[in-house]
Ligand binder design. Sequence first.
Ligand SMILES: Cc1ncc(COP(=O)(O)O)c(C=O)c1O
Length: 409
Amino acid sequence: MADAAFDVEKIRADFPILHQQVNGQPLVYLDNAATTQKPNAVIDAISDYYRNDNSNVHRGAHALADRATVKFEAAREKVAAFLNAPSARQIIWTRGTTESINLVAASWGKAFLQPGDRILVSAMEHHSNIVPWQLVAAITGAKVEAIPVDANGNINMLAFDSMLDAHVKMVAVGHVSNAMGTINPVEKIVTLAHAVGARVLIDGAQSLSHWAVDVQALNCDFYVFSAHKLFGPTGLGVLYGKEDLLNVMPPYQGGGEMIETVSFSGTTFNQLPYKFEAGTPDIAGAIGLGAAIDYLNGIDRVAAAAHEQALLRYAEGRAHATQGLKLVGTATHKTSVMSFLIEGAHPADVGVLLDKQGVAVRTGNHCAQPIMDQFGIPGTVRASFSFYNTFDEVDRLFAAIEKAKTFLL
Ligand SMILES: Cc1ncc(COP(=O)(O)O)c(C=O)c1O
């Protein structure tokens, strides 16, 4: 089966890692929600940087330092344009989504939360969008509350609306659930939360690899993501924030780069974005992310998203026809994530048997234990498709599931 509108083989040629054997079989990589693979353009940009330009940024008075700084700041501009942020000053480099959320929770939270304030997160959040809020709640006397999620994996918007009052100071939700693929109605969530004066943080770890996001149109206060889930390198993330908020937030960490002057009688802090970037940053990582964004800008993303949706529909159709397979997460709007269980088999055992056949999936609670507890399951098997996956690979997945069943049941 082929998708006429999208030349998947041409795309696959850009991703060298896909062309290998695992356990004697051609690799079928279906773990894209955990991390995406990297195109040659990203691998080359990182190795070119280390071969030709490596230097520390901002403070050097030599050619390499200048080149490194220009490339590093150009990457920040690319991220700003990619998100349609008003300015590159609002793009803060972090180590990942997790650190971006911790930064906001620690900096904004400690400065602005008080006893009795409420922080709302959805019941399907990744642990990294729960625990940082619990940590700051313990310090400030605020409370973290879960927005209910229904049996299909949709946020209960009526319940959310009824939870909102003037004590709600932060609403932190994922744009897309990593465990189930649910696309949350973040536009509505932002509007409703702002109506009671709450700030909104959107965890974009699972969205940007599927479509472009316009943070100004969305009007969220903070948007966060990880480079490695966007075809870029590990170790780098982004925090976008509204400028007035970032300006009034205290620094998160202290050190070099984030200061203006240092003395024992008092230290003054650098301007945005550097106020939040203590220490030597991940220069190569930022350049790699810039290359990933260039790569994405060079492909037809609408056709890529349509291809992913076609893969999901095909896979879910095959899932319905597979005896003993139960889908977990059947929300109205979903990205290309298929979480499932095989009746009578532990997800971890299914994962091992699929791996033996060259099929890479993720198993477990996907760092979303509360929603797994709500469903009364230890976890799922998760196949997550990217635009470089093929219909043949979906067939390989189902052939491998059938074979696994003969061992397990
Ligand atoms: C929805 C979501 N939020 C946050 C994270 C954490 O991302 P990272 O580990 O890159 O910081 C993930 C990673 O799986 C995720 O899927």
